[in-house]
Design a protein around this ligand. Structure first.
Ligand code: SF4
Length: 294
């Protein structure tokens, strides 16, 4: 009801003292509502300003991405091979599949250690080696926490690449497929869950400049660094889990939910460290809510 109509109604339906009382109570209600609405506006504005800024930076970085060697591991030989997704795309796929429950650097080094042991990284030769030998190298070199299981995933991935993709793993992402199809193709590898599949697709799009027809299914990969940053900036609550982070990222930028991934990860591994975060050096220092729980 508008203010004019309200006054008209109370004047015609109440005594003078009742009218005063009703007007006063109405004015008080309006005042309280205004405060509430303004607080909501301010809260929403702050919340979305920072996320808008992050999305804007992430989009700019994505637009300006260049095909260059991506620093994935410290070992230069391993890094070179992992980056060679044109000639040795299976190395990238195998490394992604190993990236679970151990540090990424260790996981991404596994393919090279296996190749060194067998003296080859050619997929057709690797496909001739029996599973037992893979188990031997995984256990002997203690490549992973779960050596028998990961050796089997490694071995089966080699067979799948050799048979389904005729030795060329790049067929997983060639020809500008949809992001959903690329994620699905990774999921078809035994031992590959949604986290690895979306991470693999995400890195292909962001770091290796692989073109997809859309980016809807490229989710944020909420590892420990991404989670820490999302919590500290106040975009998700302190007790939010990874699934909640994924849905918030979808809400933020549905056409490419994973676009903020690299930005958050970069902050989490540089200035937004678990202890003593360097807020003064941080690009979002002014906007961040700094909900820091040490
Ligand atoms: S301002 Fe501080 S708490 Fe916020 S993201 Fe940057 S380093 Fe982390």
């Amino acid at each position: 009801m508008c203010v004019g109509l309200y006054f008209y109604w109370v004047a015609g339906n109440a005594t003078t003292s009742e009218t005063d009382e009703k007007i006063l109570s109405y004015v008080f209600c309006v005042y309280k509502s205004e405060i509430f609405i303004n607080r909501q506006r301010i809260g929403t504005k702050n919340k979305f300003n920072i996320m808008d800024k992050i999305v804007e930076i992430a989009k700019k970085r994505f637009r300006e991405r260049k095909t260059q060697d991506v620093h994935l591991v410290a070992d230069s030989k391993a890094n070179e091979l992992l980056n060679d997704i044109e000639n040795n795309p299976h190395v990238y796929v195998l490394a992604c599949l190993m990236d679970r429950q151990i540090k990424a650097e260790r996981a991404w080094n596994i393919p090279l250690q296996v190749f060194d042991y067998f003296g080859t990284h050619e997929i057709n030769k690797l496909a001739e080696i029996p599973l037992e030998d893979y188990k031997k190298v995984f256990n002997g070199k203690k490549l992973h926490h779960f050596n028998d299981m990961m050796a089997e995933y490694f071995y089966k991935a080699i067979l799948r690449i050799n048979e389904t993709y005729k030795g060329n793993a790049a067929k997983i992402w060639q020809g500008k497929p949809s992001s959903a199809l690329v994620v699905y193709r990774f999921l078809e590898f035994e031992g590959c869950g949604i986290k690895i599949a979306t991470m693999a697709a995400n890195l292909l799009a962001r770091l290796f400049d692989v073109e997809f027809s859309d980016y809807y299914s490229i989710e944020v990969s909420p590892d420990i660094h991404v989670m820490r940053v999302m919590k500290r900036i106040g975009y998700i609550s302190q007790n939010a889990d990874r699934e909640m982070a994924i849905y918030k990222a979808r809400e933020l930028n549905p056409e490419f939910p994973g676009i903020i991934d690299a930005f958050c990860w970069d902050l989490g591994t540089t200035c937004c460290r678990p202890v003593n975060p360097k807020c003064n050096e941080c690009i979002i220092n002014n906007e961040c809510k700094k909900q820091i729980k040490l």
